[in-house]
Design a protein around this ligand. Structure first.
Ligand code: ATP
Ligand code: ZN
Length: 292
């Protein structure tokens, strides 16, 4: 049944139908409490518990569909968003699909800076982003667009360098290449059509509220520890918590149990300081959702 028939507006989301972003896209929806019944090779599916319809597409096509309003929103790599250069709004970073778009040269070449690329031939699937980078750096180079297996181009004499996505660098290594220049840091993002109706924007706000709670939870850990009462104030001062830490007396006299939330970034620093302040039995627990 379409939303016109049952009179409920649905948000139309485009995600990659298979590939590196598929699993994490479905996982993020699930963590937001949204289940999608996607049978094999289906083009679209309804969410069972949120007014959402999911389209499964090639990632390269997602910005166009969102620009045209065929989909209201999409999950896609920033690299694809910038390369396709469509009129869409970049609304939220999603925290998965992290990679970088880099220039790589043959390992034995002496690369010192971008001037190395002057007059060279560079193979890429990202001609728009690469041309922009070269223009900004006043480099004249020949851009050779190929759609896949870019990393083999230098080895077969097709190009002097490549511009391609890298995550671990192992593909470059296996092909005798080295990463010379990072030109874009990328991750999956939520893009939206730039003329959403108020009703759809409201649905999107609900979805973003959930996405942010999931992302926040991933960046934080719940910490429980035992603290000697003599050092309680010092230990509390190390633990900001969401408001302030919870402190409960232990059965053993002179000791308290302290519960708090710690950010992933300063996690180890604070754990070390807690230990030197006399904290014991420190437990660290993942958080599933964090609503502030
Ligand atoms: P499609 O069939 O949908 O066109 P694709 O082959 O273009 O798929 P994938 O290789 O599945 O795409 O990559 C999808 C996205 O995953 C990339 O555009 C990028 O944003 C992200 N990604 C993360 N890490 C990497 C990596 N190491 N190599 C390539 N892409 C990566
Ligand atoms: Zn693609």
């Amino acid at each position: 049944m379409s939303y016109q028939e049952n009179n409920t507006v649905k948000l139309k989301l485009a995600i990659q139908k298979s590939g590196r972003l598929y699993d994490d896209s479905i996982k993020l929806l699930k963590e937001c409490g949204i289940d999608v019944n996607n049978g094999m090779n289906k083009l679209k599916a309804d969410a069972t518990n949120f007014p959402l319809e999911v389209f499964f597409l090639r990632d390269d096509d997602i910005p166009q569909y969102v620009q045209d309003g065929v989909a209201d929103i999409g999950f896609v790599g920033e690299n694809v968003v910038y390369e396709k250069n469509k009129k869409v709004v970049l609304s939220e970073k999603l925290g998965f699909g992290k990679c970088r778009l880099s220039i790589a040269t043959q390992r034995n070449e002496a690369y010192t800076n971008v001037t190395y690329l002057q007059g060279k031939k560079i193979a890429t699937s990202y001609p728009v982003i690469l041309a922009d980078f070269l223009r900004k750096n006043n480099i004249q180079a020949e851009v050779h667009e190929i759609s896949g297996s870019v990393e083999i181009a230098p080895g077969i004499g097709l190009a002097d360098a490549i511009c391609d996505l890298v995550s671990s660098g192992s593909t470059l290594f296996m092909n005798g290449l080295k990463e010379a220049e990072v030109i874009l840091q990328s991750q999956a993002v939520l893009i939206k059509n730039n003329a959403l109706t108020a009703e759809k924007q409201q649905l999107l706000d609900r979805l973003i509220f959930r996405i942010e709670s999931v992302k926040r939870a991933k960046n934080n850990k719940y910490v429980l520890l035992n603290a000697p009462n003599d050092n309680l104030q010092q230990i509390i001062s190390l633990l900001p918590g969401m408001k302030s830490p919870t402190v409960l007396p232990l059965a053993e006299k002179g000791w308290s149990s302290v519960h708090s939330v710690l950010n992933e970034n300063d996690f180890w620093d604070i754990i070390e300081q807690l230990k030197s302040a006399g904290a014991q039995g420190i437990l660290v627990v993942p958080i599933e959702k964090m609503i502030i």
